[in-house]
Write a protein that binds this ligand. Structure first.
Ligand SMILES: [Zn+2]
Length: 467
């Protein structure tokens, strides 16, 4: 029976020395696991995968998923057999929560029978409906924190640096996870200003100047906006703040214009609510290195679920190698990426992701052409008359319900001729994407209420009005 009379102790909840050896933080990682040969990495992944499978077989979600496909535990002898296992997606997670409220049966914890352990719950950053919960055990959380610390080290963060974190602090994992990783595994000091709703932009800037923030962490759109406020409203050059790096989920956002605005290096990272950081760019900014001692990633064609050729775009399928409460085995993330080709000058053989091009569930098929809001954003970001803010609205029109997309975007100067800018933007989009898209120019700040730029850290780029 479980004993609920005592609080579980964090320090006894795992062997921290063993953790440090198995998942070395910071520089220890860059000097060891980061430099393993491809074969050595695979051997490590294989043994961790087999242990992860043993754990997964104890979880009702996988027992059900694999049983329906006739999979037996001895069918999987190594990582080479991974493709025999069925994938699952966010739809299966939602279904699991509906069947077994409130957490679903992937998060395998039962207060009636399990021993207590220190836990934390955070959610996906969904903008509509009830967010999807994830609960982390100490080992889950600490390895995620170590990966955060590693990526910060790779991106130039050092002890005593002040890092201003402009990610919202609430249900979503982003801000809190970053804080734990900075605090426990980097020696730097997290300053949690949060999103624009938690600390208004002008106060964010005051803090940045007064406390000498050295690195900024946030979403590219908001960090761009803060830079523009410094420039246009305060009449200062953001470069004077001597920010060293902007640590972002960059995706297809324009790196060069952000680096130019701030005079700082921009580093890309790929992370999710379930896994934390899965990959991070090193100082060479040459695709982000997957933390391959913690994850095995596949890039597959989502229709056939066959691997795409190395360097081709496909959907990222995630397999975790360390999770206790909710291991992921072939999770279809919906994120579209590609393995980066060639070698990275840093010498690491860990596979790299090129960038996240968009989410496959955000993909709009317009007259046979696949269009991603993220790709539209990168085109708008290149236009010098705009601040990069935009929203896509897709709807049906006419008797045959043809799909139509309108892109609204903000222009920097309201005195400019909007008709002319709209026409030019429509031409640019047609040229780059191959489809006609209606464009509407707006004044600065007009789209805030639609995108949530100043109030949320997860910014909305698509309004789907299709029936
Ligand atoms: Zn590298």
């Amino acid at each position: 029976m479980n004993d609920l009379s005592k609080a579980p102790s964090y320090y006894q909840s795992l062997d921290f020395q063993k953790l440090w050896l198995d998942y070395p933080p910071g520089k220890d990682y860059l000097d060891s696991a980061f430099l393993l040969s491809a074969d050595e990495i695979y051997d490590m992944q294989n043994s961790r995968f087999l242990r992860q499978m043993q754990r997964a077989w104890q979880i009702p979600f996988y027992q059900r998923l694999w049983k329906t496909k006739g999979i037996e535990s001895n069918d999987i002898q190594s990582l080479d057999d991974l493709a025999l296992l069925p994938s699952f997606s966010v739809h299966d997670l939602r279904d699991s929560i509906e069947r077994n409220p409130p957490w679903g049966d992937l998060i395998n914890i039962d207060p009636n029978s399990d021993q207590p352990m220190p836990m934390v719950l955070q959610t996906s950053g969904g903008t509509t409906g009830l967010p999807r919960p994830m609960i982390y055990s100490p080992i889950d959380r600490e390895i995620m924190n170590i990966n955060t610390g590693r990526r910060l080290y790779m991106q130039g963060v050092r002890p005593f640096d002040v890092i201003q974190v402009m990610l919202s602090l609430g249900l979503s994992n982003g801000g809190f996870l970053v804080r734990e990783g900075i605090w426990k595994y980097s020696g730097a000091i997290p300053v949690m200003t949060g999103s624009g709703a938690q600390t208004p932009t002008n106060r964010q800037i005051e803090i940045m100047r007064a406390w000498k923030s050295k690195h900024l962490i946030g979403f590219p759109a908001y960090i761009r906006k803060v830079g523009q406020v410094i420039q246009d409203q305060l009449g200062m050059d953001p470069k004077e703040l001597k920010i060293k790096s902007l640590i972002l989920h960059l995706g297809v956002d324009d790196r060069a214009s952000l680096e130019e605005l701030w005079g700082a290096k921009v580093y890309d990272t790929y992370g999710t609510n379930e896994c934390g950081s899965l990959s991070a760019e090193c100082e060479y900014q040459n695709g982000s290195h997957i933390f391959e001692d913690s994850f095995f990633l596949e890039i597959l064609n989502s229709d056939t679920e066959q691997p795409v050729a190395h360097g081709e775009k496909g959907v990222v399928y995630q397999t975790t190698l360390f999770k206790h409460l909710a291991p992921l085995i072939r999770f279809n993330s919906n994120d579209i990426s590609a393995f980066a080709t060639g070698e990275c000058p840093c010498g690491s053989k860990h596979k790299r992701l090129n960038k996240i091009f968009g989410r496959s569930d955000n993909m709009i098929k317009l007259r046979g052409t696949n269009v991603f809001p993220e790709a539209i954003g990168s085109i708008i970001g290149l236009n010098k008359l705009c601040n990069g803010e935009f929203i896509c609205i897709v709807e049906n029109q006419g008797a045959n319900h043809e799909e139509k997309m309108t892109v609204e975007f903000e222009v920097l100067d309201e005195k400019l001729d909007k008709k002319e800018i709209e026409l030019n933007m429509a031409n640019q989009l047609k040229e780059s994407l191959g489809v006609k898209i209606q464009t509407i120019a707006k004044n600065l700040g007009d789209l805030d209420h639609l995108t949530g730029l100043s109030s949320q850290s997860k910014i909305r780029r698509l309004i789907d009005k299709r029936n």
